[in-house]
Write a new protein. Structure first.
Length: 213
């Protein structure tokens, strides 16, 4: 029994490691699916009125990369390019709701590949091109709005979202990947004409699926 387990484990490691992109150019197509937890700040401090809440978000990323083979592991540098639907959700004593943004994401994602694991830590900036807002009063009333890029420019100062991101992917057969990600959106975007000054930040966590070419 021990020999069977050992042989099976060695086969899995050998097959998985042979599928990893050890050196040269490549492209990853990745779809993250997860939860966005909004964090709102008033005059530089976390708001006690708008409390964190969660909402579903997703994206599609194309990551051109280049790997350097270092025998036991590979070092990679990838561009983090894609579309991201961000959700900054909140709840308060009288209502709950969210602000959503459809953004173009541009960043860098250095990676380390060891056997069938790929670990990435990167940073970049998301540029909202459109969005919306939703709120529901505890009494039952609802409001929903959609915003163009011009609407967002009229509503917010600093129309960009800097982020940090960490990923952990497992390489499966046929170059498919399955993993998890976490990211933090820095509170830079600020509502205009609101006192006290309110900024949007957030924490994202979820799973992702992809394929390597």
């Amino acid at each position: 029994m021990k020999k069977i387990v050992l042989i099976t484990s060695m086969l899995i490691i050998t097959i998985s490691s042979s599928l990893m992109a050890k050196s040269g150019f490549g492209v990853d197509l990745t779809v993250p699916l997860g939860a966005g937890i909004g964090i709102f700040y008033e005059d530089g401090k976390q708001s006690q009125t708008l409390k964190p809440d969660g909402g579903f978000e997703f994206g599609v990323y194309l990551r051109p990369n280049y790997y350097f083979d270092l025998a036991v592991l590979s070092l990679g540098l990838a561009l983090d390019l894609g579309y991201q639907r961000d959700v900054f959700a909140y709840k308060s004593d009288i209502s709950k709701g969210n602000a959503t943004f459809d953004s173009l994401s541009v960043g860098l994602m250095p990676k380390i590949d060891v056997l069938f694991l790929s670990i990435g830590v990167g940073a970049g900036v998301k540029f909202p091109l459109g969005g919306g807002s939703y709120s529901k009063e505890n009494s039952g009333g609802e409001q929903r709005y959609s915003y163009s890029l011009k609407d967002l420019q009229n509503q917010y100062n600093n129309l960009y979202i800097p982020y940090l991101k960490a990923t952990l992917d497992f390489l499966l057969l046929y170059n498919f990947t399955l993993g998890i990600y976490m990211s933090y959106d820095f509170p830079v975007m600020e509502y205009k004409d609101i006192s006290p000054k309110v900024k949007l930040g957030g924490f994202d966590i979820g799973g992702q699926i992809g394929i390597r070419f």
